[in-house]
Design a protein around this ligand. Structure first.
Ligand SMILES: Cc1cc2nc3c(=O)[nH]c(=O)nc-3n(C[C@H](O)[C@H](O)[C@H](O)COP(=O)(O)O)c2cc1C
Length: 436
């Protein structure tokens, strides 16, 4: 039995002061370490385990930290190791949602709304898990989503991620605010990488960024539209305040301010490799925040495929198709945009409906298990994106950790396909799941 996020929190509060803690083989230090921001996935996972195991001392025993990537049994095994390695302010940047972080929990809980309907006695000895998108093929439908500032989690940053994506043959998308350039990332991936676009206030700079991504060999850009009004990242600011290091050494703007988006400070971002080196052309300043007119301009400015990242409604999905958009990411930025408390897996069916099947739809937000990926594909997604899990792998063991995370999630997914009696992604359909 999995608990909903509210009951999980109540359960944890109860657990912290309960003799059950000892009986279940857990200790206060461990819970406190995991609890740091009070809302970590590992903590919720632990609560699930204890809730499932009741007071059984063996099943609920505290898992020791893994010493090698190869020892991991699921992606959650990387989280506490990464947490130990990553400076607390950077950990806050990774794990934060908005307001009370409820949308992070909602993303996870959304998967419990669906259960599997496995089929028996079908030959599943040969299974094709390949994703085909815009004429390219990848070994898996699990996409390595754009995630900024990866050298803040491991010295090798996006290069390690790209090498892991190459080793496991996954589609990777690079963030505008990456700590590695699009050129170096494509070189490390040994093949095309998509570019995620944050627009700039000056269209002449945005245009140059788009041209540069195209020149570097990116076949697609994903324009992120879910932070245009800003976002309130409380956990990030709280964790930054606990960091005793001198942030100014690296962040020219100092520690983050409350009530702003993930950006620590624009002066920091202006040093990021994908945001430097552009010609000083006469500025063409945007008049406000982007609208569909901007999307049209973007489409006209490039031969690359243009996707929108952060669409969660049928209306916007239909508008995207009308405006010639080539694909969508159903995303709430991993619970870091507005605190909607609505899981992306809940938004997915209406977005798929809005596209009328005309363009590919990638869904991200809270994907941690192969069964999550399977459910999204059954609900009409073309692929599923992951964010924090591969960064847990990166922070814990560098490239090897990212590879292990991809391998574990892919293996779980393949197993789910086999148990469901399907041998190709195209066969995964609504009939393979049911409302819980
Ligand atoms: C630390 C962090 C940084 C992120 N940076 C970006 C970014 O630069 N651009 C973007 O479009 N999305 C960004 N995202 C959102 C991810 O692409 C993705 O939507 C999200 O992480 C998926 O949820 P998950 O972390 O629960 O898997 C970021 C997410 C995190 C956690």
């Amino acid at each position: 039995m999995a608990l909903d996020p509210n009951s999980r929190r109540q359960f944890l509060a109860f657990l912290a002061g309960s003799p059950l803690l000892a009986a279940a083989g857990l200790d206060h230090d461990w819970l406190a370490r995991l609890a740091g921001n009070g809302r970590s996935d590992a903590l919720l996972h632990a609560a699930d385990q204890v809730a499932t195991a009741g007071t059984h001392p063996v099943l609920a025993a505290q898992p020791p930290l893994i010493a090698r990537a190869a020892d991991a049994l699921d992606v959650f095994d990387f989280e506490p190791v990464a947490r130990q390695n990553i400076p607390v302010a950077h950990w806050g940047y990774l794990m934060t949602g908005t307001d009370d972080d409820a949308t992070i929990a909602a993303n996870r809980a959304g998967f419990d709304r669906w259960v599997l309907r496995p089929r028996r006695l079908i030959d599943v000895s040969k299974v094709d898990t390949q994703l085909s998108i815009f004429g390219s093929r990848y070994a898996s439908p699990i996409v390595v989503n754009p995630l900024g500032s990866q050298k803040g989690f491991h010295k090798d940053g996006e290069v390690a991620t790209a090498k892991a994506a190459k080793a496991r043959d996954h589609l990777m998308v690079l963030s505008t605010v990456a700590t590695t350039s699009i050129e170096d990332t494509i070189a490390a991936r040994g093949g095309p990488v998509w570019f995620q676009l944050y627009h700039q206030s000056d269209w002449s700079i945005t245009k140059q960024m788009v041209k540069r991504a195209e020149r570097a060999g990116a076949p697609a850009i994903a324009f992120t539209v879910d932070l245009l009004g800003g976002s309130n990242r409380v956990t990030m600011v709280r964790e930054a305040r606990r960091d005793t290091r001198d942030c100014i050494k690296c962040h020219l703007g100092g520690p983050p301010l409350p009530g702003v988006s993930g950006r620590v400070d624009d002066r920091d971002n202006r040093r990021k490799p994908n945001l430097v080196g552009y010609e000083k052309l006469p500025p063409q300043l945007e008049k406000g925040t982007p609208t569909w007119e901007f999307v049209d301009r973007l489409k006209q400015s490039t031969g690359m495929k243009v996707l929108l990242k952060g669409i969660v409604t049928e209306e916007d999905a239909a508008l995207a198709v009308e405006h010639g958009v080539d694909g969508l990411f159903v995303s709430n930025h991993g619970g870091r945009a507005e605190n909607s408390r609505r899981a992306t897996i809940v938004s997915l069916p209406e977005v798929v409906k809005g596209t009328a099947g005309k363009i590919p739809v990638i869904c991200d937000g809270g994907f941690r298990r192969g069964t999550d990926v399977f459910k999204a594909l059954a609900l009409g997604a073309t692929a599923a994106g992951i964010g924090r899990p591969y960064i847990w792998g990166l922070g814990a063991f560098g490239q090897e950790g990212v590879e292990a995370v991809l391998a574990i999630m892919h293996k779980e997914f393949e197993l789910t396909m086999k148990q469901s009696g399907v041998t190709a992604l195209s066969q995964i359909a609504m009939r393979h799941i049911a409302p819980a």
